[in-house]
Design a protein around this ligand. Structure first.
Ligand code: SF4
Length: 928
């Protein structure tokens, strides 16, 4: 088969039996239209060719069929690694490589030892009916099994119901035992690291028995990069779990750290206990997992065309997955993007429509399994959002109620504040409201798969219990007051239907009317809730009445369900009971949600509540409006966090390499912000504060270059600077931007030029690839560079040579939005100053970005900020000893090219002469 490769450096085509040659974009598109060509990552190739309709035989789809649940970086080099064949030397060699790789994958299907053979033949039959282009190619290579195979849903294992774990025993951990356990985990002969030992001893203190109700042991641990904090806390955690029979939750912000924790936990726990249960479980929100009922629906005609092909490839994966986690688990992150639709999301339980025990797959359900496994686990690895949502909902009949979070370690603890901020927020928006409508009434159009409203989900209750049935009917009728399909268009045309749409239309009008931001179309706009016109207030009143009309029957229904569980009818078996419990839980948090909306509306037009910040917003992206909302945030979200998470817990630790503020000693206490952002002020507990310094030699291995001659707003200059820095470093650059618009402009100007030099450039918001996969690609190719925004500033863990230079386009000032301004004012009113508040945020961002550079002892590199006026007071953001220079772009390039770091006068002079500049001079630190 012919093969096509397109990069920013050009396009290469290899005919079926010919020689590879460079072709124009037009020729490449024509070739692909003529006959199916082999491609790697069709959406990316289409993007490079500027031809969105491109299709062909995508090797990634073939890989997903042949080796589901196997990791593969979606590049020629990554595919070569995954298949154990030679990688192509350059772009010109890629088409031939694609032909070889296709051959290797087809050959794998003929191998008697093909690990993923089960179910392949049957799956191929369905894919052939769907006209999946690979099906015909694969057919001669996939043998029909001798005996008919069971279908997926019959082969998945069932989970077992187990007794609730008893409450943990109260135990004390002797300090010597903790250190011995740490020695065991680090392994024989490992160097004894004093920082790590001290950290482990301090972490052990949160496991001591609590001495007063609502007063947990609270530890704040600043742990410099490289001290080995993961094993530092796993040592006391594993010891305590063994001695007490309790469960420790470790909460992270990034999936990366979850992966690392899973690997490190193997030192303390086996994969399985003798009874087959896992002692360590990764828990995510339910919207991350495959819903088997949705999958069955998709396989049986709920999906058509390309989404149906995706469903079959997901079904292949479902038979081999470790835990059914579709987002960040063992389903390749790139699979969803190959299909361009929201297919993956439609296969998860996004809207809480689970029918629990009413589902035929309930006993095999991945979500139910994860929930049960975590209730029996010694260690649960979760994320901040899930921990907080679980804690917040535990008070309203949460399903995890039996599993109280008594010992919690928040790693990447500097993100706890942001996670609490969004968890405890209230947002009444068009998108949220239509979701509620669909949950109550069901979808409006018939073709929405198995989604059903309340009346279908609880049909048996309605027929058994008259009052329950009436409540369901009333809720469905009141639910019609919520926005319906086409609401946004009606708002734009000023023809809203129903009281909530009318309110949102009024909100939209006033937000536009007051907009003074001068934001170009395409960016979100917002306005305060002060001084709203009468129409908005009146519309809010009518909307609040409508919400109350919806909430009342839902409460009644909840009461009926409770009564049925308390006095169960004969026909209600254990599974039916579980389903009703599930429905009660779902009702409970929706009633709370509606109540939060009502209280939000009640405040509009009244005096502002000093505890909260409210505002109106129109969300826009790429010149398209997508939501209209009324927002409410806590001024200090650590207040509800303290109530929901800290008070019920017995021991909590927040740890991070950037927990404390790198403030100048004379300007204040570095612990102030860590304490304020931990919630410590809202509980009685006296926090235990501990600090372990990084063992890395930053002075010799890292250097900060502040480039002073790239003017702000000069886009060509910015793009040129990025290109030259990437060339100087030979790739390996992580470019961080504060605005997507500038990121795209820079990428558009320099990607082709760099590709021609063999320096691939990838970018978030440009390449049709998910962020996790972009980082995998970057990690895998030392000549690649990656541009991105906030998510990359915090979430990239690329130790080694692949990341050797970080370039920030500017000082990362916080966006002066309404919420930020309110918190800034509050900080000033509390004795600080508004600019100190901003400085702390910037220092934290700089410290986090700098933290990407040096991940292990041997890492070396430059940290570049393009800023003509970098304030000196922010320099303390960088680790002590790191050399900081204010330089011109030419000087920076000379230092990067020469690999010059820190004080090295002889080499500096030499490089300065070569570069024709005064590289050796330490430019005075005279910033504002
Ligand atoms: S139990 Fe719920 S989440 Fe699980 S497969 Fe069934 S419907 Fe989906």
């Amino acid at each position: 088969m012919p093969a096509l490769h397109a990069s920013h450096g050009g396009n290469w085509l290899r005919p079926a039996n010919g020689v590879t040659g460079a072709v124009s974009k037009g020729e490449a598109i024509m070739a692909a239209a003529d006959t199916p060509v082999l491609l790697l990552n069709a959406p990316l190739v289409a993007n490079r060719l500027g031809y969105p309709d491109l299709s062909g035989l995508d090797l990634l789809e073939l890989f997903a069929f042949v080796h589901p649940a196997r990791f593969c970086v979606p590049t020629p080099r990554g595919l070569a690694q995954a298949l154990g064949i030679a990688a192509p030397a350059d772009d010109n060699a890629v088409p031939e490589f694609l032909q070889d790789a296709a051959g290797a994958l087809l050959a794998a299907c003929e191998d008697r030892e093909w690990f993923e053979r089960a179910g392949a033949w049957a799956s191929l039959q369905s894919l052939e009916r769907l006209r999946w282009p690979w099906a015909q190619v694969l057919r001669p290579h996939v043998a029909r099994p001798e005996r008919a195979e069971k279908w997926l849903f019959a082969t998945l294992p069932e989970w077992e119901e187990t007794a609730e774990r008893p409450a943990p025993r109260q135990v004390e951990l002797p300090p010597t035992d903790v250190l011995e356990q740490l020695d065991d985990l680090t392994g024989e002969g490992a160097e004894k690291r004093e920082g790590q030992r001290a950290f482990a001893s301090e972490a052990a203190r949160i496991f001591a028995p609590r001495s007063a109700q609502d007063v947990p042991h609270l530890a704040l641990a600043q742990a410099g990069t490289g001290i080995g904090k993961t094993l530092g806390y796993l040592a006391p955690a594993s010891l305590w779990a063994r001695a007490s029979g309790g469960t420790v939750w470790v909460s992270t912000f990034t999936k990366n750290l979850q992966r690392q924790l899973r690997a490190e936990s193997r030192r303390a726990w086996p994969v399985k206990r003798p009874d087959g249960t896992p002692p360590v479980v990764v828990r995510k929100g339910r919207e991350n997992y495959l819903c088997l009922l949705n999958l069955e629906d998709a396989l049986q005609g709920g999906f058509a065309g390309r989404p149906a092909v995706l469903a079959h490839l997901v079904a292949r994966w479902a038979a081999f997955t470790r835990d059914g986690d579709m987002i960040g688990g063992d389903l390749p992150g790139w699979l969803g993007t190959l299909f361009r639709k929201r297919g993956i999301a439609a296969l998860t339980d996004q809207r809480g429509e689970c029918v629990y025990a009413g589902c035929p797959h309930y006993r095999k359900c991945f979500i139910e399994r994860a929930q049960r496994d975590s209730a029996q686990a010694d260690l649960v690895i979760a994320n901040h959002a899930l921990v907080m949502v679980n804690a917040a909902r535990a008070g309203i009949g949460g399903r995890d109620q039996g599993q109280r979070l008594t010992r919690v370690i928040f790693d990447e603890g500097h993100h706890v504040f942001e996670a609490a901020d969004s968890t405890f927020a209230a947002t009444l928006s068009g998108q949220e409201a239509i979701e509620l409508r669909r949950w109550i009434i069901g979808p409006e159009r018939k073709n929405r798969g198995r989604r059903r409203g309340l009346s279908a989900r609880l049909a048996d209750i309605a027929s058994y219990d008259d009052e329950g049935g009436a409540a369901i009917e009333d809720a469905c009728e009141a639910g019609t007051l919520l926005p319906s399909d086409g609401w946004l268009q009606r708002l734009v045309e000023n023809e809203p239907a129903g009281p909530i749409e009318a309110l949102l239309a009024a909100v939209r009008t006033v937000t536009y009317a007051r907009d003074e931001s001068g934001q170009e179309a395409g960016y979100g706009i917002e306005t305060e809730t002060a001084g709203l016109p009468g129409e908005v207030i009146e519309a809010a009143g009518r909307a609040a009445e409508a919400l109350a009309a919806i909430r009342t029957p839902l409460i009644r229904l909840g009461g009926r369900l409770e009564a049925i569980v308390a006095d169960p009818p004969d026909w209600l078996d254990a599974q039916g009971r579980a389903r009703i419990e599930g429905a009660r839980h779902a009702l409970g948090w929706r009633v709370d949600l509606i109540a939060a909306w009502e209280s939000l509306l009640a405040r509009l037009g009244g005096p502002a509540d000093p505890e909260f910040v409210d505002w109106l917003a129109v969300d826009r992206s790429d010149a398209r409006e997508f939501d209209v909302a009324i927002h409410r945030r806590w001024l200090d979200p650590m207040k509800p966090f303290a109530k929901a998470v800290l008070e019920p817990a017995h021991g909590v630790m927040l740890t991070s390499a950037t927990l404390t503020d790198r403030i100048n000693a004379e300007s204040g206490d570095k612990w102030d912000s860590a304490i304020a952002r931990s919630g410590a002020a809202h509980v009685e507990a006296e926090p235990i504060m501990t600090e372990a310094h990084s063992p890395f030699d930053y002075a010799s291995n890292a250097e900060v270059l502040i480039v002073t001659d790239v003017k702000r707003g000069d886009l060509p200059g910015l793009a040129g600077a990025y290109a030259r820095l990437i060339e100087a470093s030979g790739g390996g650059v992580l470019g961080l931007f504060t605005a997507i618009r500038r990121l795209r402009a820079v990428h558009g100007r320099v990607a082709d030029r760099l590709a021609r030099e063999g320096l691939p450039l990838f970018a978030q918001h440009v390449d049709p690839i998910d962020t996790g996969t972009l980082v995998d690609i970057f990690r895998d190719d030392p000549r690649a560079s990656l541009l991105g925004t906030d998510a990359l500033r915090d979430g990239v863990d690329v130790p080694g040579h692949s990341l050797r230079c970080v370039v920030m386009e500017a000082v990362p000032w916080p966006r002066p939005d309404i919420l930020h301004k309110a918190r800034r004012l509050a900080a000033a009113a509390n004795g600080g100053s508004a600019s100190q508040y901003d400085d702390r945020i910037i220092r934290a961002r700089l410290a986090q970005a700098f933290g990407r550079l040096i991940r292990n002892r041997d890492d070396r590199g430059h940290f570049v900020v393009l800023s003509a006026a970098f304030p000196s007071r922010l320099l303390s953001a960088f680790p002590e000893g790191t050399s900081v220079r204010r330089v011109t772009l030419d000087e920076a390039i000379a230092r990067i090219e020469g690999g010059l770091i820190g004080e090295d006068p002889a080499r500096l002079d030499q490089a300065g002469e070569e570069a024709g500049g005064n590289v050796g001079a330490q430019v005075p630190d005279n910033g504002p």
